[in-house]
Design a protein around this ligand. Structure first.
Ligand code: NCD
Ligand code: ZN
Length: 341
């Protein structure tokens, strides 16, 4: 069985920096035309100048024949200025700003500690029509890790949505029924969905042994939530589109007594999504999800090129070289079902 679709884009991607780019960039450029590049480097990309310089480093790591386009974002902090938002929105290579609650995930120490203090920033983003990308999890130690997404929606996101009705918001890597409902109920609100949250539930992380390569944030949830995500992804609703959240960490940082959060999926991203849509008998909905609704939301043209997938099984290697370390790909232990022609 074969399937040809318009070339997809990845609307949520971590490439890292330095020598890591020599591994990460080529995987994404092989299958995606564009990607929204997350700004959570060890030194976060907090302004347009840093974003422009990071973009150049990504382009330098591209294979010569590639015309892949990195779409840059800036990282909101307690100190982000209204002027910086204005500059970012006017720059041709910056497409969004990302809100990380401080401490929510990898490299979020410089994130926002008081979301409500950011009102002037959200006001300016609304005015400039710069999309707000949200890592929607509270960090309160007394909130159970499985409830953190819903708690963020209730405590913060609902208020942002209400106060800035024209602001375009992406609830990144949605993992719960509540997130899906929130997106469905609100205008100018979309969500990215990852392959790991569409394929796996929390048993795949914890039952029969801890599987560190399935550990990411937001954490995998129970099966009812996974089913809600699959339903949303395969519904043909343009509010839901592809964002891998591919987040490489060296094997030894994952297989560790305190392992890092993040699944590296870029080696087989569209193949993993094809498997999800195939299992849901919704392959006809894959192209909209992976290639149309993202650019439509970001008000960018759809891609012209195509990509052909075929239902042929293959096995990802045990690991890839990752600077002086190794990188273990997601779903390494089970054959992948789809392959790129
Ligand atoms: C991401 C990372 O490693 O940068 N990790 C993850 O588990 N998804 C950060 C993020 O998107 O939360
Ligand atoms: Zn991410």
């Amino acid at each position: 069985m074969q399937l040809t679709i318009t070339k997809p884009d990845d609307w949520h991607l971590h490439l890292r920096d330095g020598a890591a780019l020599n591994t990460t960039v080529a995987f994404t450029a092989k299958q995606f035309q564009r990607a929204i590049i997350m700004p959570n480097l060890a030194q976060p990309i907090v302004n347009t100048a840093l974003a422009a310089a990071y973009r150049q480093r990504i382009l330098s790591a591209l294979p010569a024949s590639s015309d892949f386009q990195p779409l840059m974002t800036i990282y909101l902090t307690n100190n982000t200025s209204v002027e910086e938002i204005r500059q970012a929105s006017q720059h041709k290579d910056v497409f969004a700003a990302k809100l990380y609650p401080a401490g929510a995930t990898t490299n979020s120490a410089n994130g926002v500690t008081d979301v409500s203090a950011l009102s002037p920033i959200f006001e300016e983003m609304q005015k400039c029509d710069l999309p707000l990308l949200v890592h929607a999890e509270v960090t309160d130690v007394d909130i159970d890790i499985f409830d953190r997404e819903q708690a963020f929606i209730d405590k913060y996101l609902a208020a942002i949505r209400q106060d800035f009705p024209q602001l375009r918001i992406v609830l990144e890597h949605a993992t719960t029924q509540q997130a899906i409902d929130f997106v469905l109920e609100n205008h100018h609100t979309a969500a990215t969905l990852t392959p790991q949250h569409l394929l796996f539930n929390r048993n795949d992380l914890l039952a029969g042994g801890v599987r560190p390569h399935n550990y990411c944030l937001p954490i995998l949830k129970r099966e009812t939530h996974r089913l809600a995500l699959v339903k949303a992804a395969t519904s043909g609703n343009p509010k839901f589109f592809l964002g891998t959240d591919s987040a490489p960490h060296a094997t030894e940082a994952k297989e560790n007594s305190c392992g890092c959060a993040g699944c590296f999926t870029a080696h087989a991203a569209i193949e993993l999504y094809a498997e999800v849509f195939d299992k849901a008998k919704a392959l006809d909905k894959l192209e909209g999800f992976s290639s149309f609704y993202g650019p439509d939301f970001y008000q960018l043209p759809r891609n012209k090129q195509t990509l052909t997938l075929s239902k042929e099984s293959w096995q990802a290697p045990v690991n890839y070289t990752f600077d002086s370390q190794t990188l273990t790909p997601f779903r390494q232990d089970t054959p992948l079902q789809w392959t790129i022609k």
